[in-house]
Write a protein that binds this ligand. Structure first.
Ligand SMILES: Nc1nc2c(ncn2[C@@H]2O[C@H](COP(=O)(O)OP(=O)(O)OP(=O)(O)O)[C@@H](O)[C@H]2O)c(=O)[nH]1
Ligand SMILES: Nc1nc2c(ncn2[C@@H]2O[C@H](COP(=O)(O)OP(=O)(O)OP(=O)(O)O)[C@@H](O)[C@H]2O)c(=O)[nH]1
Ligand SMILES: [Mg+2]
Ligand SMILES: [Mg+2]
Lengths: 278, 292
């Protein structure tokens, strides 16, 4: 794109390729380029760099309004429920968040709500130890709602500042598993009426257009209040989040940029868009 | 679905009789949209459309009484051909224990697929030995041991802090001792751009000389799928692909991209979290799903 000397159809094709290969999706890319073309014609722009700035500005508009961090101070215990499809990074992200709050002097309780997958509880235990957080768990195969209930209960009675509930990965296409999430949510509200205060969907930056289906279905089932985009340290640009922001307007709370405990950052819209065109 | 979209574009021809080149271009645009929405790689789509265009501008469509149907048929045929022949068998040739290695990005489904593959091999009368070579992810070794226990299969007693290459060496000796004819190596998820971790794979391969190096790809992966797979392929020359989470509604365009560019066969398909949820690959079904 930087090599082009004038604004022509080739430039628009290059820009479309850049957007689509960033996983922005062909429909969203089309819409963005149409709006860009309108602005370029209206302002009679001649420089390709100016056009690129208009396009970047458009994407920035969509995602920056959603760059809103979580406010864990707004309730005590502040209850966070973490959901998402299989393997996106829920458990790892919970470890990172718990460590971050621990460093801020907050007392964190973690619920081992994945009672299904092999060694899920053991995995979360390692993270709880790393983060200096307490873990509430039951045997593998236990009812996840029961674990969530116990954890929120423990959070209240032990004066925790934050309770984070891990859930098993699940495909949004499995209705019974989506029902299970609704139940977990309902059960928690029995102890703390506003719990969970945050329902965050974890998305893998390597995901393509299926991310939009995931967000919509999870949102319809349990009303999301936040998104976390993981694995941005890889080669994928995470463009799937743009269409989601545009359609659902759910805040992007944080990003995961690695497998270590401090590989967590607040979502920075400018950096995100720059990286996409980098 | 693509057929519905194409009906919108090609049905207009009924009144006008002969098909024009413009009609074909419009139809190709619909195919392009459909493939990109299915996460097929941008460049792969470009190349694929050229192939379709050549056939679409030929007599079989232009002179057909049902050009729309002919067009869809061609697209489906070309896609099926590109997806490759029906699922190839695992290569189990070699001195026992024959090593099979699973590699891929973080969270793609390797450990789960190792367990499922062990079940398939056992059903074929083989005696697999499971090797947990992921010493990084918390409880990764526990995860494979838990699966092995549930499947009543022998597994190497790896420990965090051991070197993965050494684990594989020792596991081979143990597998021989236990009379196992196959050993399935679970490696840690890693980024294709992580030089040190990619070097580790090269070292494991050099030591073990696996008969199969299977790249595990998540069916919902987007545009980077082929680039990532290509890097893994450059470093260790993968022998096949395992596509996981195909029980989702992901269209799976990543599969087409990887197959089209690398030419490596898709050997197995994961369709669920349980140990019996693994199938052989059907190229025509995959083509239908991508075009849906
Ligand atoms: N490179 C990278 N890897 C990550 C990131 N977040 C998580 N991972 C890795 O992704 C893999 C899956 O992480 P998990 O935390 O187990 O994911 P999960 O969503 O809890 O998985 P399930 O519970 O099985 O659905 C692990 O290997 C993590 O180390 C990230 O930001 N960057
Ligand atoms: N629905 C579904 N889930 C799957 C499938 N294969 C794996 N999973 C799930 O995906 C998640 C990740 O699987 P793992 O086997 O831990 O993935 P991995 O590649 O070993 O992960 P790392 O070792 O962290 O890189 C788990 O929740 C699995 O149960 C599949 O075919 N369908
Ligand atoms: Mg988990
Ligand atoms: Mg694993």
């Amino acid at each position: 794109i930087t090599g082009r000397k004038e604004i022509d159809d080739d430039l628009y094709e290059d820009l479309e390729e850049a957007l689509v290969t960033a996983d922005i999706g062909v429909q969203t890319a089309y819409k963005l380029l149409e709006n860009t073309r309108e602005t370029v014609e209206r302002k009679d722009l001649k420089d390709p760099a100016a056009l690129r700035d208009v396009l970047k500005g458009q994407i920035l508009e969509i995602v920056k309004t959603e760059a809103i961090p979580m406010d864990a101070g707004s309730a005590k215990p502040f209850v966070i429920m973490v959901v998402g499809v299989n393997g996106v990074g829920k458990t790892t992200t919970i470890g990172k968040i718990a460590a971050k709050y621990g460093q801020e002097g907050k007392k964190v309780v973690i619920a081992a709500g994945d009672t299904f997958r092999a060694a899920a509880i053991e995995q979360l235990e390692v993270w709880a130890n790393r983060a200096g957080a307490e873990i509430v768990k039951q045997d593998a195969g236990a009812d996840p709602s029961a674990v969530a209930y116990d954890a929120v209960q423990a959070g209240v009675s032990r004066g925790a500042d934050v309770v984070i509930v891990d859930t098993a990965g699940r495909l949004h296409t499995k209705a019974n598993l989506m029902e299970e999430l609704k139940k977990i949510k309902r059960v928690m509200s029995k102890i703390v009426p506003d719990a969970p205060h945050e329902t965050v969907l974890v998305l893998d930056a390597t995901t393509g257009q299926n991310a939009i289906n995931q967000a919509k279905v999870f949102n319809d089932a349990i009303e999301l209040t936040g998104l976390i985009l993981t694995k941005l340290d890889g080669t994928s640009k995470g463009g799937c989040i743009v269409g989601i922001c545009d359609e659902l307007q759910v805040p992007i709370r944080m990003i995961g940029i690695g497998e270590k405990v401090d590989d967590l950052r607040p979502f920075n819209a400018v950096e995100f868009v720059d990286a996409m065109f980098g | 679905s693509l057929s519905e979209r194409l009906n919108g574009v090609i049905k207009d021809l009924k009144g006008h009789g002969k098909l024009s080149e413009k009609n074909i271009q419009d139809a190709l645009k619909e195919v392009r949209m459909s493939l990109l929405e299915a996460d097929v790689n941008f460049r792969v789509v470009k190349d694929f459309l050229k192939q379709v265009q050549d056939r679409a501008l030929g007599a079989e469509v232009m002179k057909s009484l049902t050009p729309g149907q002919q067009f869809v048929k061609i697209v489906h045929e070309e896609l099926t051909e590109l997806m490759g022949g029906k699922g190839q068998e695992l290569n189990l040739v070699g001195k026992a224990p024959v090593p099979i290695m699973f590699v891929g990005l973080q969270g793609s489904g390797k450990t789960t697929s190792v367990g499922k593959t062990a079940v398939i091999l056992k059903k074929k009368g083989r005696r697999p030995f499971l090797v947990p070579a992921d010493v990084y992810r918390p409880a990764a070794i526990d995860q494979l041991k838990t699966l092995a226990k549930a499947l009543h299969m022998p597994v190497f007693e790896s420990a965090v802090g051991m070197d993965p290459v050494n684990i594989c060496k020792l596991a081979r000796e143990e597998a021989e001792r236990q009379g196992c004819d196959t050993m399935i190596i679970d490696t840690a998820g890693r980024l294709s751009i992580d030089e040190a971790m990619m070097d580790e794979l090269v070292k494991i391969k050099a030591e073990m000389k696996p008969s199969e190096i299977l790249f595990v790809a998540d069916a919902m992966t987007g545009q980077e799928a082929v680039n990532v797979a290509a890097t893994f392929n450059e470093r260790v020359d993968i022998t096949g692909v395992v596509l996981t989470k195909m029980d989702s509604d992901a269209r799976g365009g990543a599969a087409l991209s990887i197959k089209a560019v690398l030419g490596k066969p898709i050997k197995l398909v994961g369709v669920g979290e349980k140990m019996d949820a693994m199938e052989t690959f059907h190229p025509d079904r995959m083509a239908g799903r991508i075009l849906d």
